[in-house]
Design a protein around this ligand. Structure first.
Ligand code: MN
Length: 137
């Protein structure tokens, strides 16, 4: 019997690409871009140790943490601990990453605006060295 995720609001969804994520991350789509909404929204689940690559959004992004604990960091700035109930507003074209801690999962809703047809530009992975700083601060 599978007891995982009994308390989660949304299903875990489908695995996200290892090209852009380290570890096991999943997306459950919630809202698609359409003629009125210039954004998409989805529930993203990061298993412990999972995180995005460094990346930017041309029109910014909002994260609403619905479960667990993890990190958010803008390049050159201190790492922020994020937890259930936190809302993170990410400016346009700011290099950043988000993800779980080494020992806890993180689930957030990501609301991501589009600039024309682009909503994210992927960069290099968050190295283990960079990630370990977050977990040992
Ligand atoms: Mn982002």
């Amino acid at each position: 019997m599978i007891t995982e995720n009994n308390n989660s609001i949304f299903p875990k969804g489908e695995p996200l690409s290892k090209d852009w994520f380290t570890g096991d991350a999943f997306l459950f789509p919630l809202i698609a871009k359409d003629k009125n909404n210039e954004f998409s929204a989805g529930s993203v689940t990061f298993e412990p140790n999972a995180r995005t690559n460094w990346h930017t959004h041309p029109k910014g992004q909002v994260l609403i943490v619905t479960e667990g604990n993890g990190f958010y960091q803008e390049k050159g700035k201190p790492i922020q601990v994020i937890t259930k109930g936190n809302v993170v507003t990410i400016p346009e074209n700011v290099t950043h990453w988000h993800g779980a801690s080494a020992t806890t999962k993180l689930v957030h809703i990501a609301i991501t605006n589009y600039k024309e047809e682009v909503q994210v530009t992927w960069l290099q992975p968050v190295s283990d060295e960079e990630y370990n700083i977050a977990n040992h601060q």
